[in-house]
Write a protein that binds this ligand. Structure first.
Ligand code: WQD
Length: 339
C-alpha cells in the first residue's frame, strides 16, 4: 500500500516513514530539502535495511507532483507534512509561510483527485487554538485568533480542507492531526531533528547548548501566569507522534472515518514549563545547562496542552514515552551528531 509522504525527509516526516514501513506500508517521500538534509535518507536506510523512494520536488509544483504520482502508480493515501514550522520565524517572514504552507496544500488538493486519491492526513497544529480560555484544549475548544502567522496558516489550511469537503462531489477524506510539541529522536539515533542553522525550537537549542555549539539558552520570559512563570507546552515524543499517523492512515484506508474531515489532538495530555524541560534535560543528560532569562518571544502563547481523550478513544492512540526518556533520546541524538 503506497503512501506519499510530503516533507518525508523532515523531522516528523522521517520518523513517520519508519513507522509506516515497519507497519507494512510502502512510503514514498517527496521533499524539496529546504529544511532537511539528504543524510536523512541514509538514516532511514540504516534503520529499515533498504532504500525508501524519494523524489526531490517541491510539493507546491503541481506538474512535478503529477510526475511523481504517475511514476509511483497506485498511491493510496497522502500524509502531508511539507511546511515551514517555526513560530518565531513566521512572525518575521509571514509571506514565506503563507506561500509555502497554504500553497503546497492547495496544489495537493488540486492534484490528488486526478489520481483517485481519497485519503489525506494533514499536519495541523495546536497553534490553531490561539490563546485558549481553558486548559487542556479538546478538539471542540473554539479556535481563537492565532498568535502567529504560522498558526494562521494552519487555521487556513484546516478551513480549506473543510470547505473542500463540503463541496458537491467531494471524495476526499481528511484527518487533521493537531500536533503539540514534538521532541526526541528515534531510539537508534540514526534519525532525529536536524535544524539547519540556529534552531528555533527549544529542545534542539538545549542539546546544542549542552554539547557546546551554543553558548547559552535564552528562556523567553518568566513572567507568564504559569506554574513558574515560563511557557507551558505539551511535549510529545516524535515516535509516539509518528504512530498517530499510522492509526490515522489505517482508519482512512479502512473507510472507518465517520466524517469527511475528522480532527484529533496529538499530545500527551500533560503540560510542562520551559524550566521543567531544562531541569529534566539536566537529569536525563547529566549536563548542567547554561541559560538566562530573556524577554518574551512574539507569537508565544502562555500555556497550552492537549486533552488527548479523543485520539485514545477513536484512534486507539496513546503516548508511551516520558519527558525524561524523550529528552534522553534527544541528547543521544545530539551526541551522535556531535558538534
Ligand atoms: C517551546 C517553548 C518558547 C526556544 C512548536 C512548533 C510548532 C507547533 C507548536 C506543531 C516556548 C520556549 C524556545 C528558546 C525558549 N507544533 N523557548 N527558548 O513555539 O511551542 O511551537 O509547537 O505544529 O510547529 O514549532 O515550540 O520549541 O519554539 O518553543 O524559551 O530558545 O520554549 O518560548 O515556550 P513552539 P518551541
Amino acid at each position: 500500500m503506497k503512501i506519499l509522504v510530503t516533507g518525508g525527509a523532515g523531522y516528523i516526516g522521517s520518523h513517520t516513514v519508519v513507522e509506516l514501513a515497519q507497519a507494512g506500508y510502502e512510503p514514498i517521500i517527496i521533499d524539496n530539502f529546504s529544511n532537511s538534509k539528504e543524510s536523512v535518507l541514509g538514516g532511514l536506510r540504516a534503520i529499515l535495511g533498504r532504500d525508501v523512494p524519494c523524489h526531490r520536488i517541491d510539493c507546491g509544483d503541481a506538474e512535478a507532483l503529477r510526475g511523481v504520482l504517475k511514476q509511483e502508480d497506485n498511491v493510496q493515501g497522502v500524509i502531508h507534512f511539507a511546511a515551514f514550522k517555526a513560530v518565531g520565524e513566521s512572525v518575521a517572514e509571514p509571506l514565506k509561510y503563507f506561500q509555502n504552507n497554504v500553497g503546497s496544500l492547495l496544489t495537493l488538493l488540486e492534484v490528488l483527485p486526478e489520481f483517485g486519491i481519497e485519503s489525506l492526513v494533514f499536519s495541523s497544529s495546536c497553534t490553531v487554538y490561539g490563546v485558549p480560555d481553558a486548559l487542556p484544549v479538546t478538539e471542540a475548544t473554539p479556535t481563537k485568533p492565532a498568535s502567529s502567522p504560522y498558526g494562521r496558516t494552519k487555521q487556513m489550511c484546516e478551513d480549506i480542507v473543510h470547505d473542500l469537503a463540503a463541496a458537491p462531489g467531494n471524495k476526499l477524506y481528511t484527518i487533521l492531526l493537531r500536533y503539540f510539541n514534538p521532541i526526541g529522536a528515534h531510539e537508534s539515533a540514526k534519525i532525529g531533528e536536524l535544524p539547519l542553522g540556529t534552531p528555533n525550537n527549544l529542545v534542539p537549542f538545549i542539546t546544542q547548548t549542552a554539547v557546546g555549539i551554543r553558548e547559552k539558552l535564552t528562556i523567553f520570559g518568566n513572567d507568564y501566569d504559569t506554574v513558574d512563570g515560563t511557557n507551558v507546552r505539551d511535549y510529545i515524543h516524535v515516535v509516539d507522534l509518528a504512530q498517530a499517523h499510522i492509526a490515522a492512515v489505517q482508519r482512512l484506508l479502512d473507510r472507518k472515518a465517520t466524517d469527511t474531515v475528522e480532527t484529533f489532538n496529538v499530545g500527551t495530555g500533560h503540560g510542562n514549563s520551559v524550566l521543567e524541560v531544562v531541569q529534566t534535560f539536566e537529569q536525563a543528560s547529566g549536563q548542567k545547562l547554561n541559560y538566562v532569562i530573556g524577554p518574551r518571544r512574539p507569537g508565544d502563547v502562555p500555556a497550552i496542552y492537549a486533552d488527548a481523550t479523543k485520539a485514545a478513544e477513536v484512534l486507539g492512540f496513546k503516548t508511551s514515552t516520558s519527558l525524561f526518556d524523550s529528552l534522553a533520546s534527544s541528547w543521544k541524538w545530539q551526541l551522535t551528531l556531535g558538534k
